[in-house]
Design a protein around this ligand. Structure first.
Ligand code: BGC
Ligand code: ZN
Length: 338
């Protein structure tokens, strides 16, 4: 099968032939990969700032945002059958399980290093086929297949929004999202669905198609961090400066969840946090509950908006979409099989 990934010897991205994986345990499922989205994490991987290949190998198949079709099931597989559509979770529970993994929250894993498909120590999905345990797969209704490649990034957003609303005292009304990439736009859509008044702040000019896309979804777009203070803040920029500015914009009782900001030194407003009972929280990855919420919400979003989030490209174009400049459509998706 064709597989796209990172060669740790030549330090290059590479499309190569690899043997197809086979079922080895009764609880395993063989998948034919249909589509894989790429994101900033793939860029970090390609720049060797993150991740590592499977033990004893010098190649990592990239791709962790996958949509796949079930091709075959081991005889211990209970709920999936050939023809079903699935999205794999990214992280694998640690073994023996830490307390978080033991209670089904792999996203809160306490092991020093978590294994994540296409990122840390396990091959990803930019390849013809993959094998997974049934417990690592999330079934997707056939009606959502056209947009289901968004479920993995949406699961990360669902976890962040759930955390923010759980920590906030009742009555959160206004949300500010930092960043108009796929995570920022999906966060804005989820917050709007939860009944909040949402604004997105990002650097794109006011007449940029992403601003128009947000406007069509009823979401305000601002190039400057201004306007009323926010009860909920979701950070999806990678920029420390923007994050500092966003935290200054938190209302009393406000909760900020950070998803992408880089390390930085700067003025951190401890007093403002304390005096206003504000919270700043980091969040990574997503567990089964967040994936279930993502499947549910995907079915509630306006399909015309979802359509404009995605640009589909062939597998051969993966290097360009991982390392190239951003495009108008926020999410680049590689079609592995039709
Ligand atoms: C993925 C997460 C993962 C994180 C860090 C993100 O792009 O969506 O599942 O935990 O990268 O590796
Ligand atoms: Zn990702």
């Amino acid at each position: 099968m064709r597989a796209f990934g990172l060669n740790y010897t030549s330090r290059q991205l590479e499309l190569r032939e690899m043997p197809e994986p086979e079922l080895e345990a009764p609880t395993e499922v063989l998948l034919r990969i249909r589509e894989v989205g790429v994101c900033g994490t793939d860029r970090e991987l390609a720049l060797f700032r993150l991740g590592f290949p499977p033990a004893g190998e010098d190649f990592l198949i990239l791709g962790h945002e996958a949509l796949a079709e079930v091709i075959a099931c081991g005889n211990g597989v209970r709920d999936l059958k050939p023809g079903d559509w699935v999205v794999p979770m990214v992280r694998r529970p640690c073994r023996p399980p830490c307390p978080s993994c033991a209670r089904g929250r792999r996203d809160l894993c306490l092991a020093p290093v978590s294994h994540e498909r296409g990122i840390c120590g396990l091959h990803g999905y930019l390849a013809g086929y993959a094998v997974d345990e049934e417990e690592d797969l999330v079934r997707v209704p056939a009606s959502l297949v056209d947009y289901a490649v968004l479920i993995e990034p949406l699961s990360v957003v669902e976890k962040a929004v759930e955390t923010a609303l759980r920590v906030h005292e009742p009555g959160a009304r206004r949300a500010l999202v930092l960043g108009a990439g796929p995570i920022g736009i999906l966060a804005a859509l989820v917050l709007e669905l939860r009944g909040l008044e949402v604004a997105v702040h990002s650097l794109e000019p006011a007449d940029h198609p992403r601003a128009a896309l947000l406007a069509e979804a009823g979401i305000a777009y601002r190039q400057r961090i201004e306007g009323p203070e926010a009860d909920i803040l979701i950070e999806a920029t990678g920029s420390a400066d923007v994050t500092f500015a966003g935290i200054e914009q938190l209302a009393p009782l406000g909760v900020a969840v950070l998803l992408g900001a880089d390390d930085a030194s700067g003025r951190f407003p401890f007093r403002k946090l304390i005096v206003g009972n504000r919270a700043v929280i980091g969040s990574v990855n997503a567990g089964p509950g967040a994936f279930a919420a993502a499947v549910e919400d995907l079915g509630r979003f306006d399909r015309r908006i979802l359509e404009r989030l995605i640009r589909r490209l062939p597998l051969e174009a993966a290097a360009q979409s991982i390392l190239g400049p951003p495009e108008v459509a926020p999410k680049r998706v590689h079609v592995v099989a039709d």
